[in-house]
Design a protein around this ligand. Structure first.
Ligand SMILES: C[C@](O)(C(=O)O)[C@H](CC(=O)O)C(=O)O
Ligand SMILES: [Mg+2]
Length: 308
């Protein structure tokens, strides 16, 4: 009950240890702390907090409108709800190199295990769309160097994302990934890979953990965990999956309500009240006090009642 029983430091260590080449650790995205017990219960390795989802959840497009304060706050609420490590999308780092250093410190304070910082400039966009604004190599490496310098816990994972593949091709993206590692990146997120052989090429070219982004309706096909493990991938994110699933269910339910005048036909698809209460550990809160107030209140009206 309440929040996680492991410290942020322990979660960061755990993340470091689990990210070996080919481990293909699965990090489903979540936009709410409420999904976190589900992710844990189903045996996933960690939790991902997507910038696109945090923006969309606020009714905004993913073009760099969310602020560091908003992202750190929401990501912190999610991170503290889980014993698993949480990786957050820090977009372009929320400013110039000095701001990026502060971003890392805010995310450390919020209990995140790591973040990724990309080489676009605002208005940034989803890595799987065309027409991205890319910063030059020097700006990209400065961002990562500032992030590494800002970090106070050496286990906080700084992942560099490069969006260059869709703009200048795979070789350029690999060259940039290497430069970002030299600048201090602990891991690489090669965005918008075209096929499995591209993941393989990146994994072979760098000796840090590589992330695969399995976002739906994007430029990459939805490869299985085994396929990505065989390519050498250390970590897989499913950034928008739960949001898309939830929004699909909401839309279908609203349609049922308008069509039938009642939600009754949709109830079978809903999470039950009992299951929802289970996720928030209702029962434990009911009994929490009984373990603490196990003494008797003296009767002040009895002859010995003043003796307390
Ligand atoms: C990973 C990503 O950065 C995100 O914010 O979740 C997005 C996902 C998406 O828009 O599908 C991305 O740029 O790939
Ligand atoms: Mg993003």
């Amino acid at each position: 009950m309440l929040y996680s029983t492991t410290t942020a430091q322990q979660k960061r260590r755990a993340l470091r240890e689990m990210l070996t080449p080919g481990a293909a650790r699965q990090f489903p995205g979540t936009f709410t702390p409420l999904s976190v017990p589900l992710i844990e219960e189903k045996g996933f390795d960690g939790v991902y907090i997507s910038g696109a989802v945090l923006a969309n959840e606020l009714g905004l497009p993913d073009v760099g409108l969310t602020t560091l304060t908003e992202v750190a706050h929401r990501a912190g609420q999610i991170a503290r709800a889980t014993n698993l490590p949480a990786l957050v999308d820090a977009d372009t780092g929320f400013g110039e190199p000095m701001n990026v250093a502060r971003t890392v410190q805010e995310l450390e304070d919020a209990g995140l295990a790591g973040c990724h910082i990309e080489d676009q400039f605002n208005p940034k966009r989803c890595g799987h769309l065309d027409g991205k604004n890319m910063v030059d190599l020097q700006t990209a490496t400065r961002r990562i160097a500032a992030a590494a310098q800002g970090r106070r816990d050496e286990d906080f994972l700084i992942m560099a994302r490069t969006d260059l593949r869709a703009v200048e091709g795979l070789d350029a993206a690999i060259d940039r990934a290497k430069a970002l590692i030299d600048a201090g990146a602990d891991a690489i997120f090669p965005e918008a890979m075209k096929d499995l052989s591209e993941f393989e090429a990146v994994c072979a070219a760098v000796d840090v953990p590589v992330l695969a982004n399995m976002t739906e309706f994007g430029k990459s096909a939805l490869f299985t965990r085994q396929q990505l493990a065989d390519a050498g991938v250390a970590m897989i994110i499913y950034p928008v999956t739960s949001l898309r699933a939830a929004m699909g269910a909401i839309e279908r339910t609203l349609d049922t309500l308008t069509a039938h005048g009642t939600q009754e036909p949709a109830v079978a698809e809903m999470m039950t009240r009992a299951r929802l209460y289970e996720l928030v550990d209702y029962e434990a809160y009911n009994t929490f006090d009984t373990g603490i107030f196990n003494f008797e209140v003296p009767d002040v009206h009895s002859p010995s009642g003043t003796d307390h």
